[in-house]
Design a protein around this ligand. Structure first.
Ligand code: NAD
Ligand code: MG
Length: 397
């Protein structure tokens, strides 16, 4: 698809790590695109400041209690930006004429409704919110197919695979032997289970290579992030788990690889900066400036690869098993993980409690339909309840 028209971009999760990187890239291309909708969860001051800088038509705050603060803040700044509040307003704007492109960068299951709305409306969807594919991958992909929605993955690994797959005839589905997702290994790579028992939230969010929001940083430290990404790759590229591998690559310069049936392996390399993925998505099929410099191969010198430690980091296999079980299991895994990560960040459980709580929820919430959003949201709710009660039984008694 050539961009023969100016792009109006909705940035959902605008105040976050991905959202601010997306706005940085958008602002570099005033002839090609602008931010027309900005949405955030709760931080009105940060949202108003972004509106001052980017002058969108619409600003939405998810927390309805913040509506008056947003409206008054926009007025005080002398902006014509229209204020909105609530989850439904985010989904409605994502599907509306206010945008052609949606950057889905809300964190967690909270991003599902707007991801699905953008897919159903046939928007160009730049998908960072991996949790929506983990929860409802079949429904999101089916909605996108029906509406002719083009999904460009923003997660760096999937963005790398997206680029590598464009090297073959897209109709030759049989040409791919496997997809290899790289993982940095996180801040605790090489640590023993005994060492992991005492890690603090501050250690877990200090990622060695990437600067990211707190939830995904903890997921990277536990390797749950890689597990979620296996499920994400399965849906995005319609490939079974048996054709997906995970390899630890501590330098985080090779963002992922595709192996073809002829023995070729293609990789995408670059500095660990999400603006590259975002520029690929915003510009595709053109290449546009992202503000990221090239990789100095001689300065970096080497690329190392090793197998993940699946016993010290059980979240990876928990995710893999949930994907193989299918149905509601990935939604249960995701919801329980969100509750467990919040409890870990709040100091209520230890790091090893994260896989324990997720495993417990997967055992407790096993049945249920998975063929509608309502059914998946019900599974999400039951998993959150199971995870919360596991947390209070296991750790507060
Ligand atoms: P973040 O915590 O920095 O930002 C989250 C954003 O979501 C904020 O703007 C926040 O206001 C908004 N938000 C939170 N709850 C909300 C709600 N209920 N309704 C509406 N908005 C809400 O997170 P992040 O690191 O930018 O990650 C965003 C998404 O991108 C996640 O799904 C993450 O897995 C994915 N991702 C991030 C990176 C990265 O480098 N940060 C890389 C790959 C994928
Ligand atoms: Mg990633």
């Amino acid at each position: 698809m050539q961009h023969d028209h100016f792009q109006q971009v909705a940035v959902l999760g605008a105040t976050g790590s991905i959202g601010t990187s997306a706005l940085d890239v958008i602002a570099r291309h005033p002839q090609l695109m602008r931010a027309s909708v900005l949405a955030a969860g709760n931080n009105v001051d940060a949202l108003v400041a972004l509106c001052v800088a980017h002058r969108p038509d619409h600003a939405v705050i998810a927390n309805p209690a913040q509506y008056a603060n947003l409206r008054d803040g926009l007025a005080a700044a002398g902006l014509a930006t229209q204020a909105h509040a609530g989850d439904a307003a985010i989904a409605e704007l994502a599907a509306s004429d206010a945008c052609d492109t949606v950057v889905a960068a809300i964190v967690g299951a909270a991003g599902l409704a707007s991801t699905l709305a953008a897919a159903t409306a046939g928007k160009r969807l730049l998908l960072a919110n991996k949790e929506s594919l983990v929860m409802a991958g079949d429904l999101v992909m089916a909605a996108a197919r029906r509406a002719g929605c083009e999904i460009i993955p923003i997660d760096s690994e999937h963005n790398a695979i997206f680029q590598c797959l464009r090297s073959r005839d897209a109709s030759a589905a049989a040409g791919v032997r496997k997809i290899i997702l790289t993982a940095s290994g996180g801040p605790f790579r090489g640590w023993s289970p005994a060492q992991l028992a005492d890690v603090t939230p501050a250690q877990a969010v200090a990622h060695p290579k990437w600067s990211m929001g707190p939830k995904i940083s903890v997921d990277s430290a536990s390797l749950m992030n890689k597990g979620l990404e296996v499920i994400e790759a399965h849906h995005l590229f319609d490939i079974p788990g048996s054709q997906i591998d995970v390899v630890v690559h501590p330098q985080s310069l090779v963002h992922s690889l595709v192996e073809f049936v002829d023995g070729s392996m293609l990789a995408q390399l670059g500095l660990p900066d999400m603006r590259t993925s975002l520029a690929v998505g915003l510009g595709w099929p053109q290449r546009i400036e992202s503000g990221v410099s090239g990789l100095d191969l001689i300065q970096h010198g080497r690329l190392d690869f090793e197998a993940p430690d699946r016993s010290a980091f059980p979240c990876l296999d928990l995710a893999w098993r949930a994907m193989e079980r299918g149905g509601i299991a990935p939604a249960v895994l995701n919801a329980a993980n969100e509750v467990a990560v919040a409890a870990f960040l709040g100091g209520n459980i230890g790091f090893a409690g994260i896989p324990a709580v997720v495993e417990n929820a997967l055992a407790a919430v096993s049945d249920g339909q998975s063929d509608s959003i309502e059914a998946l949201l019900d599974a999400d709710l039951r998993a959150r309840q199971a995870a919360s009660s596991a947390i209070s039984c296991l750790y507060n008694d």
